[in-house]
Write a protein that binds this ligand. Structure first.
Ligand SMILES: NC(=O)c1ccc[n+]([C@@H]2O[C@H](COP(=O)([O-])OP(=O)(O)OC[C@H]3O[C@@H](n4cnc5c(N)ncnc54)[C@H](OP(=O)(O)O)[C@@H]3O)[C@@H](O)[C@H]2O)c1
Length: 337
């Protein structure tokens, strides 16, 4: 079978289209899935470019969607022909927080072999059913980015109609957050470095937009747009370079979902302002399998479909990462066999 693997020390030129042995038939409790599509996340990019070290010849990509080809003994959750989507933490079934998340030891495409293969054989917990009627590329956007938006706003944020949500940039997590927030009756203030992309987020339903590049003190705009009150939720994907503005933007008693590392992994925090705001700064990493099942049910009911910027063949995975690195994309970049 074909797979996209990574030679160490990483780098896009080290991504290789490889011929590997077929993984064979599933044992008890396992399923065999023909992977049809994956989607790119910033985490996959950090593994691929060598920032996050991984094993030699690692099969890349955490997200995978495809069709069940065979089920092992005792498997009754899936049947042959089911459309499925992978889970980011196959060993986190449910519950609030999970101690194992920080090192990504069980995450496909990092600590474990990933989804950039034609076939995988995994325990049942490595997949859930995909939303009915979605393309495999659409389903592949769920595992990491969309589930993170769901965790931020719904599981941790307890979002309610009428809340105001602030999003940053127009990547996979943020676009999913905008769609979800609008579907749930929230008001959205969206930021981007590009006026062209801001026009697109408006078309997607964002109520107000701010260009964070031409307005580096964008918290002032957020406060102006909220009569000085601030927002109920910040979907914080920037990290240290944006956190001070996020804290300035949040309402007293509000919630900042600390998600991203786009500007780095450590920095100064205006602790006194965070304290004065009595805001909740909640770190999170993706979500549980149960969260994914809940998210999929919600998508089937509200009819949201993911925004896919570009879909390329798996063999062009390096080009797909270069597109992601360029920041030209809006929403998700997917790859298909
Ligand atoms: N904790 C978790 O569980 C989790 C899960 C998923 C992702 N993440 C993290 O969340 C971040 C976003 O991931 P993603 O997959 O959505 O990435 P992505 O699809 O590559 O999106 C990146 C987008 O972020 C915007 N951006 C870049 N630098 C920015 C800055 N300084 N301030 C504000 N926006 C900026 C840009 O949008 P514009 O072009 O519109 O400016 C860019 O297109 C990454 O750091 C990723 O590691 C964390």
């Amino acid at each position: 079978m074909k797979a996209m693997t990574l030679k160490q020390p990483g780098g896009f030129e080290q991504i290789t289209l490889t011929e590997l042995a077929d993984p064979g038939q599933p044992a008890a409790g396992e399923i065999r899935v023909a992977i049809k599509a994956s989607s790119l996340n910033f985490h996959d990019l950090l593994v691929a470019n060598g920032t996050v070290p991984t094993a030699e010849d690692r099969i890349l990509m955490s997200d995978g969607a495809g069709v069940v080809e065979a089920v092992g003994e005792g498997v009754d959750e899936f049947a042959v022909g089911d459309a499925v989507v992978s889970t980011f933490f196959p060993n986190w079934s449910a519950g609030k927080a999970f101690a194992d998340v920080g090192h990504f030891g069980h995450t496909p495409g990092d600590g474990q072999q990933g989804m950039a293969a034609e076939y995988v054989v995994r325990p049942v917990s490595a997949f859930t059913k995909a939303p009915s009627g979605w393309s495999h590329a659409e389903s592949a956007t769920i595992t990491t980015a969309a589930l993170t938006a769901w965790r931020a706003l719904v599981v941790d944020g307890q979002l309610k109609a009428g809340d105001t949500v602030l999003t940053m940039g127009t990547g996979g997590v943020s676009i999913a957050a905008i769609q979800l927030a609008k579907a749930m009756g929230a008001r959205v203030i969206a930021t981007s470095s590009s006026d062209e992309k801001l026009a697109k987020v408006k078309a997607l339903g964002a109520d107000e937009v701010v260009n964070y590049k031409s307005h580096p003190q964008w918290a002032e705009d957020v406060l102006r747009l909220t009569n000085g009150q601030g927002v109920d939720h910040v979907v914080e994907v920037g990290g240290p370079g944006t956190l001070a503005q996020s804290i300035a933007s949040v309402k007293v008693g509000g919630h900042i979902a600390l998600i991203g590392v786009l500007t780095g992994v450590q920095g100064e925090v205006p602790t006194a302002l965070l304290m004065a705001k009595q805001a909740r700064l909640q770190g999170l990493i993706v979500g549980s399998r149960q969260d994914q099942q809940d998210f999929i049910t919600a998508m089937e009911v509200n009819g949201i479909r993911p925004v896919i910027d570009t879909t390329l063949p798996f063999a062009q995975l390096a080009e797909a990462f270069k597109l992601q690195l360029s920041g030209k994309h809006f929403g998700k970049i997917c790859v298909e066999w």
